[in-house]
Write a protein that binds this ligand. Structure first.
Ligand SMILES: CSC[C@H]1O[C@H](OP(=O)(O)O)[C@H](O)[C@@H]1O
Length: 358
Protein backbone atom coordinates (compact mmCIF):
# COMPACT_ATOMS: atom_id res chain seq x y z
CA UNK A 1 0.00 0.00 0.00
CA UNK A 2 1.56 3.34 -1.04
CA UNK A 3 2.24 5.81 1.67
CA UNK A 4 -0.28 8.54 0.84
CA UNK A 5 -0.72 11.91 2.47
CA UNK A 6 -4.05 13.74 2.01
CA UNK A 7 -3.67 17.53 2.22
CA UNK A 8 -6.49 19.86 3.17
CA UNK A 9 -7.67 22.15 0.35
CA UNK A 10 -6.69 25.08 2.56
CA UNK A 11 -3.08 23.88 2.58
CA UNK A 12 -3.16 23.39 -1.16
CA UNK A 13 -1.41 26.66 -1.98
CA UNK A 14 1.65 25.37 -0.14
CA UNK A 15 1.69 21.98 -1.85
CA UNK A 16 4.29 21.42 -4.56
CA UNK A 17 4.23 18.89 -7.38
CA UNK A 18 7.36 17.21 -6.01
CA UNK A 19 8.36 16.77 -2.34
CA UNK A 20 11.83 15.45 -1.46
CA UNK A 21 11.68 14.88 2.30
CA UNK A 22 14.11 12.86 4.43
CA UNK A 23 15.47 11.42 1.18
CA UNK A 24 12.02 10.09 0.30
CA UNK A 25 10.25 11.08 -2.92
CA UNK A 26 6.59 12.15 -2.75
CA UNK A 27 4.67 13.17 -5.87
CA UNK A 28 1.41 15.10 -5.88
CA UNK A 29 -1.09 12.94 -7.80
CA UNK A 30 -2.34 15.58 -10.26
CA UNK A 31 -4.92 13.21 -11.77
CA UNK A 32 -6.93 13.65 -8.55
CA UNK A 33 -6.94 17.46 -8.63
CA UNK A 34 -8.84 19.63 -8.03
CA UNK A 35 -11.00 17.49 -5.76
CA UNK A 36 -8.29 15.66 -3.81
CA UNK A 37 -4.84 16.90 -2.81
CA UNK A 38 -2.90 13.66 -2.40
CA UNK A 39 0.86 13.20 -2.03
CA UNK A 40 2.02 9.66 -2.87
CA UNK A 41 5.36 8.23 -1.70
CA UNK A 42 7.34 6.68 -4.55
CA UNK A 43 8.83 3.33 -3.47
CA UNK A 44 10.00 1.92 -6.80
CA UNK A 45 11.27 3.12 -10.16
CA UNK A 46 8.26 1.42 -11.77
CA UNK A 47 5.99 3.61 -9.65
CA UNK A 48 7.83 6.75 -10.81
CA UNK A 49 7.66 5.59 -14.45
CA UNK A 50 3.90 5.06 -14.08
CA UNK A 51 3.42 8.43 -12.34
CA UNK A 52 5.05 10.17 -15.32
CA UNK A 53 3.15 8.08 -17.89
CA UNK A 54 -0.23 8.63 -16.20
CA UNK A 55 0.44 12.36 -15.70
CA UNK A 56 0.30 12.04 -11.92
CA UNK A 57 3.40 14.19 -12.21
CA UNK A 58 3.42 16.22 -15.41
CA UNK A 59 4.77 19.34 -17.06
CA UNK A 60 8.15 19.39 -18.76
CA UNK A 61 10.33 20.68 -15.87
CA UNK A 62 8.47 18.60 -13.27
CA UNK A 63 8.94 15.33 -15.14
CA UNK A 64 12.62 16.14 -15.52
CA UNK A 65 13.00 16.57 -11.77
CA UNK A 66 10.84 13.49 -11.10
CA UNK A 67 12.98 11.47 -13.52
CA UNK A 68 16.16 12.53 -11.74
CA UNK A 69 14.74 11.49 -8.36
CA UNK A 70 13.42 8.33 -10.04
CA UNK A 71 17.06 7.34 -10.58
CA UNK A 72 17.70 7.86 -6.86
CA UNK A 73 14.77 5.53 -6.06
CA UNK A 74 16.01 3.03 -8.66
CA UNK A 75 19.60 2.92 -7.41
CA UNK A 76 19.30 3.21 -3.63
CA UNK A 77 19.52 -0.59 -3.21
CA UNK A 78 22.46 -0.88 -5.64
CA UNK A 79 25.14 0.73 -3.50
CA UNK A 80 27.03 -2.54 -3.02
CA UNK A 81 27.79 -2.73 -6.75
CA UNK A 82 31.23 -1.86 -8.04
CA UNK A 83 31.64 1.08 -10.47
CA UNK A 84 31.19 -0.88 -13.69
CA UNK A 85 28.04 -2.64 -12.53
CA UNK A 86 26.61 0.51 -10.90
CA UNK A 87 27.05 2.63 -14.04
CA UNK A 88 25.60 -0.12 -16.26
CA UNK A 89 22.52 -0.42 -14.03
CA UNK A 90 22.16 3.37 -13.84
CA UNK A 91 22.17 3.66 -17.65
CA UNK A 92 19.53 0.90 -17.85
CA UNK A 93 17.26 2.63 -15.36
CA UNK A 94 17.73 5.99 -17.11
CA UNK A 95 16.69 4.44 -20.44
CA UNK A 96 13.65 2.91 -18.71
CA UNK A 97 12.52 6.21 -17.19
CA UNK A 98 13.21 7.99 -20.50
CA UNK A 99 10.72 5.65 -22.20
CA UNK A 100 7.80 7.00 -20.15
CA UNK A 101 7.10 10.11 -22.30
CA UNK A 102 8.95 11.28 -25.46
CA UNK A 103 8.12 14.92 -26.15
CA UNK A 104 9.33 16.99 -23.19
CA UNK A 105 13.11 17.25 -23.61
CA UNK A 106 13.52 17.97 -19.88
CA UNK A 107 13.11 14.30 -18.96
CA UNK A 108 15.94 13.17 -21.24
CA UNK A 109 18.02 16.22 -20.27
CA UNK A 110 17.72 15.52 -16.53
CA UNK A 111 18.38 11.78 -16.82
CA UNK A 112 21.42 12.44 -19.03
CA UNK A 113 22.77 15.03 -16.59
CA UNK A 114 22.53 12.59 -13.68
CA UNK A 115 24.18 9.73 -15.60
CA UNK A 116 26.98 11.99 -16.87
CA UNK A 117 27.64 13.37 -13.37
CA UNK A 118 28.21 9.81 -12.15
CA UNK A 119 30.32 8.83 -15.17
CA UNK A 120 32.50 11.93 -14.76
CA UNK A 121 33.27 11.13 -11.11
CA UNK A 122 36.28 8.90 -10.65
CA UNK A 123 34.78 7.25 -7.56
CA UNK A 124 34.81 3.46 -7.49
CA UNK A 125 32.21 2.25 -4.98
CA UNK A 126 28.47 2.09 -5.61
CA UNK A 127 27.88 3.92 -2.34
CA UNK A 128 30.05 6.87 -3.36
CA UNK A 129 28.53 6.96 -6.84
CA UNK A 130 25.04 6.90 -5.33
CA UNK A 131 25.92 9.99 -3.28
CA UNK A 132 26.91 11.80 -6.50
CA UNK A 133 23.66 10.69 -8.15
CA UNK A 134 21.50 11.96 -5.31
CA UNK A 135 23.38 15.27 -5.09
CA UNK A 136 22.85 15.90 -8.81
CA UNK A 137 19.13 15.14 -8.55
CA UNK A 138 18.82 17.56 -5.64
CA UNK A 139 20.73 20.21 -7.62
CA UNK A 140 18.37 19.81 -10.60
CA UNK A 141 15.41 20.24 -8.24
CA UNK A 142 16.81 23.36 -6.56
CA UNK A 143 17.88 24.90 -9.86
CA UNK A 144 14.41 24.37 -11.36
CA UNK A 145 12.90 26.57 -8.65
CA UNK A 146 15.44 29.33 -9.31
CA UNK A 147 15.12 29.07 -13.12
CA UNK A 148 11.34 29.44 -12.90
CA UNK A 149 11.65 32.42 -10.58
CA UNK A 150 14.04 34.01 -13.10
CA UNK A 151 11.48 33.41 -15.86
CA UNK A 152 9.02 35.32 -13.68
CA UNK A 153 11.41 38.22 -13.14
CA UNK A 154 11.98 38.59 -16.89
CA UNK A 155 8.33 37.96 -17.81
CA UNK A 156 6.91 40.47 -15.35
CA UNK A 157 8.23 43.26 -17.62
CA UNK A 158 5.53 42.23 -20.12
CA UNK A 159 2.71 42.57 -17.60
CA UNK A 160 0.65 45.69 -17.04
CA UNK A 161 -2.27 46.65 -14.78
CA UNK A 162 -5.64 45.46 -15.99
CA UNK A 163 -4.45 43.31 -18.85
CA UNK A 164 -6.11 40.08 -19.98
CA UNK A 165 -3.91 37.01 -20.45
CA UNK A 166 -4.89 33.74 -22.10
CA UNK A 167 -3.02 30.58 -21.24
CA UNK A 168 -3.39 27.01 -22.44
CA UNK A 169 -2.97 23.78 -20.49
CA UNK A 170 -1.00 24.07 -17.24
CA UNK A 171 2.43 25.63 -17.25
CA UNK A 172 1.99 26.54 -13.62
CA UNK A 173 3.77 25.71 -10.43
CA UNK A 174 2.22 22.23 -10.70
CA UNK A 175 4.18 21.69 -13.94
CA UNK A 176 7.47 22.66 -12.28
CA UNK A 177 9.13 22.62 -8.88
CA UNK A 178 7.59 26.02 -8.08
CA UNK A 179 6.37 29.28 -9.71
CA UNK A 180 5.64 27.57 -13.07
CA UNK A 181 6.85 28.95 -16.37
CA UNK A 182 3.88 30.72 -17.99
CA UNK A 183 2.50 31.51 -14.53
CA UNK A 184 5.78 32.73 -13.01
CA UNK A 185 5.28 36.33 -14.25
CA UNK A 186 1.67 36.16 -13.05
CA UNK A 187 2.63 35.09 -9.51
CA UNK A 188 5.34 37.75 -9.23
CA UNK A 189 3.09 40.51 -10.65
CA UNK A 190 0.25 39.47 -8.32
CA UNK A 191 2.63 39.47 -5.38
CA UNK A 192 3.60 43.04 -6.28
CA UNK A 193 -0.04 44.16 -6.23
CA UNK A 194 -0.77 44.18 -9.98
CA UNK A 195 -4.35 43.41 -11.07
CA UNK A 196 -4.93 41.40 -14.25
CA UNK A 197 -7.31 38.76 -15.62
CA UNK A 198 -6.31 35.27 -16.67
CA UNK A 199 -8.38 33.14 -19.05
CA UNK A 200 -7.46 29.48 -18.72
CA UNK A 201 -8.34 27.15 -21.62
CA UNK A 202 -9.70 23.93 -20.18
CA UNK A 203 -7.32 22.01 -22.53
CA UNK A 204 -9.06 18.82 -23.54
CA UNK A 205 -8.80 15.93 -23.28
CA UNK A 206 -7.15 15.86 -19.82
CA UNK A 207 -8.30 19.34 -18.75
CA UNK A 208 -5.03 20.58 -17.27
CA UNK A 209 -6.28 24.13 -17.74
CA UNK A 210 -9.57 23.85 -15.85
CA UNK A 211 -8.46 21.23 -13.31
CA UNK A 212 -4.95 22.57 -12.58
CA UNK A 213 -4.29 26.12 -13.82
CA UNK A 214 -7.66 27.44 -12.67
CA UNK A 215 -7.21 25.66 -9.33
CA UNK A 216 -3.70 26.89 -8.58
CA UNK A 217 -4.37 30.50 -9.68
CA UNK A 218 -7.62 30.55 -7.69
CA UNK A 219 -5.73 29.25 -4.64
CA UNK A 220 -3.31 32.16 -5.07
CA UNK A 221 -6.14 34.72 -5.27
CA UNK A 222 -5.51 35.56 -8.94
CA UNK A 223 -8.51 36.58 -11.10
CA UNK A 224 -8.90 33.49 -13.32
CA UNK A 225 -11.74 32.46 -15.65
CA UNK A 226 -12.03 28.97 -17.09
CA UNK A 227 -13.08 28.81 -20.75
CA UNK A 228 -13.61 25.89 -23.09
CA UNK A 229 -10.98 25.42 -25.77
CA UNK A 230 -13.43 26.49 -28.49
CA UNK A 231 -14.02 29.83 -26.71
CA UNK A 232 -10.47 31.15 -27.21
CA UNK A 233 -11.36 32.95 -30.47
CA UNK A 234 -14.49 34.41 -28.85
CA UNK A 235 -12.63 36.04 -25.93
CA UNK A 236 -9.98 37.32 -28.33
CA UNK A 237 -12.65 38.79 -30.60
CA UNK A 238 -14.28 40.44 -27.55
CA UNK A 239 -11.01 42.30 -26.93
CA UNK A 240 -10.52 40.55 -23.58
CA UNK A 241 -7.04 39.22 -24.36
CA UNK A 242 -3.95 41.42 -24.51
CA UNK A 243 -1.35 38.65 -24.43
CA UNK A 244 -1.05 34.89 -24.69
CA UNK A 245 1.50 33.15 -22.44
CA UNK A 246 1.96 29.39 -22.66
CA UNK A 247 4.56 26.86 -21.56
CA UNK A 248 6.38 24.44 -23.80
CA UNK A 249 7.78 20.93 -23.75
CA UNK A 250 10.53 21.44 -26.29
CA UNK A 251 11.87 24.45 -28.19
CA UNK A 252 13.72 23.53 -31.40
CA UNK A 253 16.82 25.43 -32.53
CA UNK A 254 14.80 27.54 -34.96
CA UNK A 255 12.24 28.54 -32.32
CA UNK A 256 9.48 26.08 -33.28
CA UNK A 257 7.62 25.19 -30.08
CA UNK A 258 6.05 21.89 -29.04
CA UNK A 259 3.31 22.40 -26.49
CA UNK A 260 -0.05 20.96 -25.43
CA UNK A 261 -2.38 20.13 -28.30
CA UNK A 262 -4.38 23.20 -29.16
CA UNK A 263 -1.52 25.66 -28.75
CA UNK A 264 -1.08 25.91 -32.53
CA UNK A 265 -4.72 26.94 -32.88
CA UNK A 266 -4.38 29.54 -30.13
CA UNK A 267 -1.29 30.99 -31.84
CA UNK A 268 -3.02 31.16 -35.23
CA UNK A 269 -6.04 32.89 -33.68
CA UNK A 270 -3.80 35.30 -31.77
CA UNK A 271 -2.03 36.19 -35.02
CA UNK A 272 -5.43 36.93 -36.60
CA UNK A 273 -6.33 39.27 -33.72
CA UNK A 274 -2.83 40.81 -33.55
CA UNK A 275 -2.25 39.51 -30.00
CA UNK A 276 1.36 38.72 -28.95
CA UNK A 277 2.16 35.11 -28.13
CA UNK A 278 4.88 34.44 -25.55
CA UNK A 279 6.27 31.06 -24.66
CA UNK A 280 7.88 30.59 -21.25
CA UNK A 281 10.51 27.98 -20.45
CA UNK A 282 13.73 27.30 -18.56
CA UNK A 283 16.98 26.49 -20.34
CA UNK A 284 16.28 22.76 -19.81
CA UNK A 285 13.45 22.95 -22.37
CA UNK A 286 15.54 24.47 -25.17
CA UNK A 287 16.86 21.70 -27.43
CA UNK A 288 19.47 23.09 -29.83
CA UNK A 289 20.16 19.56 -31.07
CA UNK A 290 16.70 19.46 -32.68
CA UNK A 291 16.81 21.70 -35.75
CA UNK A 292 13.08 22.29 -36.28
CA UNK A 293 9.71 21.28 -34.92
CA UNK A 294 9.43 18.61 -37.60
CA UNK A 295 11.93 16.45 -35.72
CA UNK A 296 10.07 16.62 -32.39
CA UNK A 297 8.41 13.29 -31.48
CA UNK A 298 4.77 13.96 -30.61
CA UNK A 299 3.39 11.62 -27.96
CA UNK A 300 0.23 9.80 -29.05
CA UNK A 301 -1.84 8.83 -26.03
CA UNK A 302 -4.63 6.29 -25.38
CA UNK A 303 -7.94 6.69 -27.24
CA UNK A 304 -9.88 6.42 -23.96
CA UNK A 305 -8.72 9.90 -22.99
CA UNK A 306 -10.79 11.20 -25.93
CA UNK A 307 -13.70 8.71 -26.01
CA UNK A 308 -14.44 9.11 -22.29
CA UNK A 309 -15.16 12.02 -19.99
CA UNK A 310 -13.91 10.54 -16.76
CA UNK A 311 -15.64 7.17 -16.59
CA UNK A 312 -18.48 8.18 -18.95
CA UNK A 313 -18.21 7.10 -22.61
CA UNK A 314 -18.81 10.07 -24.90
CA UNK A 315 -17.96 8.54 -28.30
CA UNK A 316 -19.15 5.35 -30.07
CA UNK A 317 -17.51 1.99 -29.36
CA UNK A 318 -14.80 1.26 -31.90
CA UNK A 319 -14.68 4.80 -33.30
CA UNK A 320 -11.37 5.86 -34.83
CA UNK A 321 -9.51 8.35 -32.61
CA UNK A 322 -6.42 10.53 -32.77
CA UNK A 323 -4.94 11.72 -29.48
CA UNK A 324 -1.64 13.57 -30.00
CA UNK A 325 -0.73 15.15 -26.66
CA UNK A 326 1.13 18.05 -28.31
CA UNK A 327 1.36 20.10 -31.46
CA UNK A 328 4.10 22.30 -32.89
CA UNK A 329 3.69 26.06 -33.24
CA UNK A 330 6.00 27.44 -35.95
CA UNK A 331 8.43 30.08 -34.78
CA UNK A 332 6.83 32.68 -37.05
CA UNK A 333 3.83 32.74 -34.69
CA UNK A 334 5.95 33.24 -31.55
CA UNK A 335 6.52 36.83 -30.41
CA UNK A 336 9.12 35.97 -27.79
CA UNK A 337 10.41 33.21 -25.56
CA UNK A 338 10.57 34.15 -21.87
CA UNK A 339 13.48 32.26 -20.33
CA UNK A 340 15.62 32.38 -17.21
CA UNK A 341 18.22 34.20 -19.34
CA UNK A 342 15.91 36.91 -20.60
CA UNK A 343 13.22 37.35 -23.26
CA UNK A 344 14.52 35.84 -26.49
CA UNK A 345 13.21 37.49 -29.66
CA UNK A 346 13.47 36.56 -33.36
CA UNK A 347 15.48 35.57 -35.34
CA UNK A 348 15.37 32.56 -32.98
CA UNK A 349 17.81 30.46 -35.01
CA UNK A 350 20.42 33.06 -34.04
CA UNK A 351 19.19 34.36 -30.69
CA UNK A 352 18.57 30.95 -29.10
CA UNK A 353 22.07 29.80 -29.98
CA UNK A 354 23.53 33.05 -28.62
CA UNK A 355 21.64 32.64 -25.36
CA UNK A 356 22.02 28.89 -24.80
CA UNK A 357 25.06 27.59 -26.62
CA UNK A 358 27.34 26.37 -23.80
C1 LIG B 1 5.96 24.07 -17.83
S1 LIG B 1 5.87 22.92 -19.08
C2 LIG B 1 4.18 22.58 -19.10
C3 LIG B 1 3.75 21.91 -20.36
O1 LIG B 1 3.59 20.50 -20.15
C4 LIG B 1 2.24 20.19 -20.41
O2 LIG B 1 2.05 18.94 -20.94
P1 LIG B 1 1.56 17.71 -20.00
O3 LIG B 1 0.48 18.23 -19.12
O4 LIG B 1 1.10 16.68 -21.02
O5 LIG B 1 2.79 17.26 -19.24
C5 LIG B 1 1.79 21.25 -21.40
O6 LIG B 1 2.30 21.01 -22.68
C6 LIG B 1 2.41 22.45 -20.75
O7 LIG B 1 2.50 23.59 -21.52
Amino acid sequence: MDNQREMKQGDAEKVKSILWEKEQLFLLDQTRLPGEVLLEEQNSVEQVWDAIKQLKVRGAPAIGVAGAYGLVVAMREQTSLDRTAFVAELRKQAAYLDSSRPTAVNLHWALTRVVESVERSRLQSGGDLFAVLQKTAEEIHAEDIQLCRSIGEHGVSLMREGMGILTHCNAGRLATSDYGTATAPMYLAHGRGMGFRVYSDESRPLLQGSRLTAWELQQAGIDVTTITDNMAAFVMQQGLIDMVIVGTDRVAANGDVANKIGTLGVAIMAKHFDIPVYVACPASTVDLSTATGEQIVIEEREAEEVTHFGLRRTAPEGIKVRNPAFDVTPHELVTGIITDRGIIRPPFSETLKAAFCQ
